[in-house]
Design a protein around this ligand. Structure first.
Ligand SMILES: [Zn+2]
Length: 156
């Protein structure tokens, strides 16, 4: 999936996750989830995040694309490290990172959620950057805006 799709799904997951957990600040939670949702593609040397942070990309290019960084292990490790600082920071990071994995699992390339322990791949039917992805991205955009507005309206 493309950068923008992940970002939107991260924001949306953040809003939903905050509702589910009953956290106080939906926008902060969604913002943290949005940042976390674009992290996993640093394993892709040519992804948007890596182009902005070349030193990271070089180090992480030793991990193959959609390998370990696209497994469930990094978000869980991050969660257990961050929870020592703040519960909501840890939860938002987990939600955002997991949203990335969910979206990639729906693509034809899929992900390997337990890599490198178990190499089973989960894949869907959406081709990256295809018309289907663009339709999904548009739907995510509409939903994210609708959610943001409904949250803003609650304060008015
Ligand atoms: Zn990815």
């Amino acid at each position: 999936m493309m950068f923008f799709s992940h970002l939107l799904f991260g924001i949306l997951s953040g809003f939903l996750g905050c509702k589910f957990l009953g956290c106080g600040n939906e926008f902060l939670f969604a913002a943290i989830a949005a940042v976390a949702s674009v992290i996993p593609d640093i394993d892709h040397l040519y992804s948007k995040v890596s182009r902005k942070l070349p030193p990271f990309a070089v180090v992480l290019s030793v991990f193959r694309h959609r390998g370990f960084i696209h497994s469930l292990f990094p978000p869980l490790i991050l969660y257990f490290v961050l929870i020592k600082l703040d519960y909501l920071l840890a939860a938002a990071t987990l939600v955002g990172y997991a949203s990335h994995l969910v979206l990639d699992a729906a693509t034809t390339n899929g992900i390997r959620p337990l890599y490198p322990v178990i190499k089973i791949r989960i894949a869907g039917f959406i081709r990256t950057n295809s018309f289907a992805e663009k339709v999904i991205t548009l739907m995510l955009l509409v939903l994210a805006i609708a959610f943001a507005f409904s949250e803003i309206l609650r304060f008015i």
